[in-house]
Design a binder for this molecule. Structure first.
Ligand code: KIV
Length: 275
Protein backbone atom coordinates (compact mmCIF):
# COMPACT_ATOMS: atom_id res chain seq x y z
CA UNK A 1 0.00 0.00 0.00
CA UNK A 2 1.22 3.48 -0.80
CA UNK A 3 1.17 6.19 1.85
CA UNK A 4 0.77 8.92 -0.79
CA UNK A 5 -1.50 11.84 0.08
CA UNK A 6 -2.65 14.73 -2.04
CA UNK A 7 -1.82 17.63 0.28
CA UNK A 8 1.00 19.10 -1.83
CA UNK A 9 0.62 22.55 -3.41
CA UNK A 10 -0.87 22.89 -6.88
CA UNK A 11 1.76 22.91 -9.67
CA UNK A 12 1.38 26.00 -11.82
CA UNK A 13 2.94 27.19 -15.05
CA UNK A 14 5.52 29.47 -13.33
CA UNK A 15 6.70 26.48 -11.27
CA UNK A 16 8.19 24.96 -14.43
CA UNK A 17 10.57 27.87 -14.99
CA UNK A 18 11.51 27.82 -11.31
CA UNK A 19 12.24 24.09 -11.50
CA UNK A 20 14.49 24.55 -14.53
CA UNK A 21 16.36 27.37 -12.75
CA UNK A 22 16.85 25.20 -9.65
CA UNK A 23 17.75 22.17 -11.80
CA UNK A 24 14.87 20.20 -10.28
CA UNK A 25 13.90 17.41 -12.63
CA UNK A 26 10.37 17.68 -13.97
CA UNK A 27 8.08 14.65 -14.34
CA UNK A 28 5.14 14.24 -16.67
CA UNK A 29 3.02 11.15 -17.36
CA UNK A 30 -0.03 10.62 -19.52
CA UNK A 31 -3.49 9.83 -18.16
CA UNK A 32 -6.83 9.70 -19.91
CA UNK A 33 -9.43 9.27 -17.16
CA UNK A 34 -10.25 10.29 -13.60
CA UNK A 35 -9.12 7.00 -12.03
CA UNK A 36 -5.58 7.11 -13.32
CA UNK A 37 -5.50 10.92 -13.15
CA UNK A 38 -5.99 10.54 -9.41
CA UNK A 39 -3.50 7.69 -9.05
CA UNK A 40 -0.62 9.39 -10.85
CA UNK A 41 -1.39 12.58 -8.96
CA UNK A 42 -1.20 10.74 -5.63
CA UNK A 43 2.21 9.47 -6.77
CA UNK A 44 3.32 13.11 -7.00
CA UNK A 45 3.86 13.70 -10.71
CA UNK A 46 4.35 17.36 -11.75
CA UNK A 47 2.28 17.31 -14.94
CA UNK A 48 -0.41 15.06 -16.37
CA UNK A 49 -0.48 15.00 -20.15
CA UNK A 50 -3.85 14.06 -21.59
CA UNK A 51 -2.05 12.92 -24.70
CA UNK A 52 -3.37 12.05 -28.13
CA UNK A 53 -1.51 8.77 -27.48
CA UNK A 54 -5.01 7.87 -26.23
CA UNK A 55 -5.56 6.86 -29.85
CA UNK A 56 -2.93 4.13 -29.60
CA UNK A 57 -3.03 2.91 -26.00
CA UNK A 58 -6.78 3.23 -25.34
CA UNK A 59 -8.50 3.23 -28.73
CA UNK A 60 -6.24 0.58 -30.31
CA UNK A 61 -5.24 2.65 -33.35
CA UNK A 62 -1.84 2.25 -35.05
CA UNK A 63 -1.09 5.97 -34.74
CA UNK A 64 -2.52 9.23 -33.36
CA UNK A 65 -3.86 10.67 -36.63
CA UNK A 66 -7.47 9.60 -36.10
CA UNK A 67 -7.96 11.25 -32.69
CA UNK A 68 -10.60 14.00 -32.74
CA UNK A 69 -10.83 17.24 -30.75
CA UNK A 70 -14.16 16.07 -29.25
CA UNK A 71 -12.39 12.96 -27.94
CA UNK A 72 -9.54 14.98 -26.44
CA UNK A 73 -12.08 17.32 -24.83
CA UNK A 74 -13.80 14.28 -23.26
CA UNK A 75 -10.56 12.84 -21.87
CA UNK A 76 -9.38 16.22 -20.56
CA UNK A 77 -12.72 16.55 -18.75
CA UNK A 78 -12.29 13.11 -17.14
CA UNK A 79 -8.77 13.87 -15.90
CA UNK A 80 -9.82 17.32 -14.66
CA UNK A 81 -12.51 15.64 -12.52
CA UNK A 82 -9.67 14.10 -10.49
CA UNK A 83 -8.76 17.68 -9.49
CA UNK A 84 -5.05 16.87 -9.61
CA UNK A 85 -2.34 18.97 -8.01
CA UNK A 86 -0.33 18.23 -11.14
CA UNK A 87 -0.61 20.68 -14.03
CA UNK A 88 -3.05 19.35 -16.66
CA UNK A 89 -1.69 19.53 -20.22
CA UNK A 90 -4.21 18.92 -23.00
CA UNK A 91 -2.91 17.66 -26.34
CA UNK A 92 -4.23 19.30 -29.49
CA UNK A 93 -4.98 16.42 -31.90
CA UNK A 94 -4.11 16.28 -35.59
CA UNK A 95 -6.33 18.57 -37.63
CA UNK A 96 -7.37 20.79 -34.72
CA UNK A 97 -4.63 23.43 -35.09
CA UNK A 98 -2.80 23.07 -38.42
CA UNK A 99 -5.37 24.88 -40.56
CA UNK A 100 -4.81 28.37 -39.13
CA UNK A 101 -3.76 30.16 -35.93
CA UNK A 102 -7.41 31.04 -35.41
CA UNK A 103 -8.41 27.38 -35.55
CA UNK A 104 -5.63 26.63 -33.05
CA UNK A 105 -6.86 29.31 -30.64
CA UNK A 106 -10.43 28.01 -30.86
CA UNK A 107 -9.34 24.41 -30.25
CA UNK A 108 -7.15 25.50 -27.33
CA UNK A 109 -10.05 27.42 -25.77
CA UNK A 110 -12.16 24.27 -26.06
CA UNK A 111 -9.61 22.18 -24.12
CA UNK A 112 -9.12 24.92 -21.51
CA UNK A 113 -12.88 25.03 -20.90
CA UNK A 114 -12.78 21.27 -20.23
CA UNK A 115 -10.08 21.74 -17.58
CA UNK A 116 -6.72 21.87 -19.36
CA UNK A 117 -4.26 24.34 -17.85
CA UNK A 118 -1.89 24.29 -20.82
CA UNK A 119 -2.13 22.90 -24.35
CA UNK A 120 0.50 20.99 -26.33
CA UNK A 121 1.01 20.95 -30.07
CA UNK A 122 3.54 19.38 -32.41
CA UNK A 123 5.91 21.26 -34.70
CA UNK A 124 8.70 23.83 -34.53
CA UNK A 125 9.43 26.61 -37.01
CA UNK A 126 6.18 26.08 -38.94
CA UNK A 127 4.11 26.34 -35.74
CA UNK A 128 5.76 29.49 -34.35
CA UNK A 129 3.00 31.83 -35.51
CA UNK A 130 0.36 29.46 -34.12
CA UNK A 131 2.09 29.21 -30.73
CA UNK A 132 2.25 33.02 -30.63
CA UNK A 133 -1.46 33.31 -31.40
CA UNK A 134 -2.40 30.91 -28.59
CA UNK A 135 -0.09 32.51 -26.02
CA UNK A 136 -1.42 35.95 -26.99
CA UNK A 137 -4.76 34.98 -25.44
CA UNK A 138 -2.96 33.79 -22.29
CA UNK A 139 -3.22 30.08 -22.93
CA UNK A 140 0.07 28.43 -21.97
CA UNK A 141 1.52 26.29 -24.76
CA UNK A 142 3.92 23.36 -24.61
CA UNK A 143 5.79 22.63 -27.84
CA UNK A 144 6.73 19.17 -29.14
CA UNK A 145 9.63 18.64 -31.54
CA UNK A 146 11.73 15.78 -32.90
CA UNK A 147 9.75 12.59 -33.44
CA UNK A 148 6.32 14.18 -33.72
CA UNK A 149 3.84 11.28 -33.95
CA UNK A 150 1.32 13.31 -35.98
CA UNK A 151 4.00 13.46 -38.73
CA UNK A 152 4.20 9.65 -38.86
CA UNK A 153 3.59 9.48 -42.60
CA UNK A 154 6.17 12.15 -43.50
CA UNK A 155 8.74 10.39 -41.27
CA UNK A 156 7.90 6.96 -42.73
CA UNK A 157 7.08 5.58 -39.28
CA UNK A 158 7.81 6.49 -35.66
CA UNK A 159 11.51 7.03 -36.39
CA UNK A 160 14.27 8.75 -34.42
CA UNK A 161 14.89 12.27 -35.80
CA UNK A 162 17.99 14.48 -35.88
CA UNK A 163 20.44 11.73 -36.67
CA UNK A 164 21.41 13.37 -39.96
CA UNK A 165 22.74 16.86 -40.43
CA UNK A 166 20.46 19.17 -42.39
CA UNK A 167 17.87 21.94 -42.47
CA UNK A 168 15.03 19.84 -43.84
CA UNK A 169 12.35 18.56 -41.44
CA UNK A 170 13.97 16.08 -39.05
CA UNK A 171 17.53 17.27 -39.76
CA UNK A 172 19.79 18.09 -36.82
CA UNK A 173 20.24 21.84 -37.54
CA UNK A 174 16.54 22.16 -38.31
CA UNK A 175 15.69 20.65 -34.91
CA UNK A 176 17.84 23.26 -33.18
CA UNK A 177 15.96 25.92 -35.16
CA UNK A 178 12.65 24.28 -34.20
CA UNK A 179 13.60 24.42 -30.53
CA UNK A 180 14.52 28.12 -30.71
CA UNK A 181 11.39 28.95 -32.70
CA UNK A 182 9.14 27.28 -30.12
CA UNK A 183 10.88 29.14 -27.30
CA UNK A 184 10.77 32.52 -29.06
CA UNK A 185 7.09 32.04 -29.88
CA UNK A 186 6.37 31.93 -26.15
CA UNK A 187 6.04 28.25 -25.28
CA UNK A 188 6.45 27.45 -21.57
CA UNK A 189 8.24 24.14 -22.20
CA UNK A 190 8.96 21.77 -25.06
CA UNK A 191 8.70 18.00 -25.39
CA UNK A 192 11.76 16.64 -27.20
CA UNK A 193 10.92 13.18 -28.52
CA UNK A 194 13.01 10.53 -30.26
CA UNK A 195 16.29 12.35 -30.86
CA UNK A 196 19.92 11.37 -30.12
CA UNK A 197 21.01 12.03 -26.57
CA UNK A 198 23.68 14.58 -27.50
CA UNK A 199 21.23 16.66 -29.54
CA UNK A 200 18.68 16.68 -26.70
CA UNK A 201 21.47 17.84 -24.37
CA UNK A 202 22.48 20.63 -26.74
CA UNK A 203 18.86 21.80 -27.07
CA UNK A 204 18.41 21.68 -23.28
CA UNK A 205 21.57 23.73 -22.69
CA UNK A 206 20.59 26.34 -25.29
CA UNK A 207 16.97 26.88 -24.22
CA UNK A 208 15.79 28.86 -21.23
CA UNK A 209 12.47 26.96 -21.15
CA UNK A 210 12.39 23.38 -19.80
CA UNK A 211 12.83 20.46 -22.17
CA UNK A 212 10.78 17.37 -21.38
CA UNK A 213 12.35 14.32 -22.99
CA UNK A 214 10.94 11.03 -24.22
CA UNK A 215 13.39 8.82 -26.00
CA UNK A 216 15.85 11.70 -25.78
CA UNK A 217 18.24 10.52 -23.06
CA UNK A 218 18.76 11.70 -19.48
CA UNK A 219 20.00 15.26 -20.05
CA UNK A 220 16.63 16.97 -20.57
CA UNK A 221 15.12 19.09 -17.78
CA UNK A 222 12.34 16.56 -17.34
CA UNK A 223 10.96 13.27 -18.63
CA UNK A 224 7.59 12.12 -19.91
CA UNK A 225 6.33 8.60 -20.53
CA UNK A 226 3.03 7.07 -21.55
CA UNK A 227 1.10 5.69 -18.56
CA UNK A 228 0.44 2.28 -20.11
CA UNK A 229 4.19 1.80 -20.60
CA UNK A 230 5.12 2.94 -17.08
CA UNK A 231 2.67 0.62 -15.30
CA UNK A 232 3.18 -2.25 -17.74
CA UNK A 233 -0.34 -2.28 -19.18
CA UNK A 234 0.86 -2.12 -22.75
CA UNK A 235 2.38 -5.00 -24.63
CA UNK A 236 4.85 -2.73 -26.39
CA UNK A 237 8.36 -2.75 -24.97
CA UNK A 238 10.19 0.02 -26.82
CA UNK A 239 13.86 0.89 -26.34
CA UNK A 240 13.04 4.24 -24.70
CA UNK A 241 10.27 3.02 -22.38
CA UNK A 242 10.34 1.03 -19.17
CA UNK A 243 7.69 -1.04 -17.43
CA UNK A 244 8.08 0.06 -13.81
CA UNK A 245 5.32 -2.42 -12.85
CA UNK A 246 3.45 -5.31 -14.47
CA UNK A 247 -0.23 -4.39 -14.29
CA UNK A 248 -0.92 -6.42 -17.43
CA UNK A 249 -0.05 -9.67 -15.67
CA UNK A 250 -1.83 -8.48 -12.51
CA UNK A 251 -5.02 -7.74 -14.49
CA UNK A 252 -4.97 -11.11 -16.27
CA UNK A 253 -4.22 -12.99 -13.03
CA UNK A 254 -7.01 -11.22 -11.13
CA UNK A 255 -9.52 -11.93 -13.90
CA UNK A 256 -8.43 -15.58 -14.09
CA UNK A 257 -8.98 -15.89 -10.32
CA UNK A 258 -12.47 -14.33 -10.64
CA UNK A 259 -13.40 -16.73 -13.44
CA UNK A 260 -12.09 -19.75 -11.50
CA UNK A 261 -13.95 -18.83 -8.29
CA UNK A 262 -17.23 -18.26 -10.13
CA UNK A 263 -16.84 -21.56 -11.94
CA UNK A 264 -16.01 -23.57 -8.78
CA UNK A 265 -18.78 -21.87 -6.79
CA UNK A 266 -16.54 -20.23 -4.17
CA UNK A 267 -17.45 -16.68 -5.31
CA UNK A 268 -19.49 -14.96 -4.04
CA UNK A 269 -19.30 -16.44 -0.53
CA UNK A 270 -21.69 -15.72 2.33
CA UNK A 271 -19.51 -12.90 3.70
CA UNK A 272 -20.01 -10.96 0.47
CA UNK A 273 -23.77 -11.58 0.33
CA UNK A 274 -26.61 -9.41 1.67
CA UNK A 275 -28.97 -10.73 4.34
O1 KIV B 1 0.41 11.95 -26.73
C1 KIV B 1 1.37 11.69 -26.00
O2 KIV B 1 1.33 10.82 -25.13
C2 KIV B 1 2.60 12.45 -26.19
C3 KIV B 1 3.81 12.01 -25.46
C4 KIV B 1 4.42 10.86 -26.16
C5 KIV B 1 4.78 13.12 -25.26
O3 KIV B 1 2.60 13.39 -26.94
Amino acid sequence: MTSATNDRPKITVPDLARMKALEERITMITAYDATFGRLVDLAGVDMILVGDSVGMVVQGEANTITVELDEMAYHVRLVARAQPKALIVGDLPFGSYQVSPQQAVESSIRLMKEGAECVKLEGGVVMAETIQAITRVDIPVMGHIGLTPQSVHRMGGHKVQGKKSGWEAGGRERLLDDAHAVEQAGAIAVVVEGVPRDLAKEITNKLSIPTIGIGAGPDCDGQVLVLHDVVGLSERDLKFTKHFADLRTAAITATEAFIAEVRDGSWPDDAHSFH
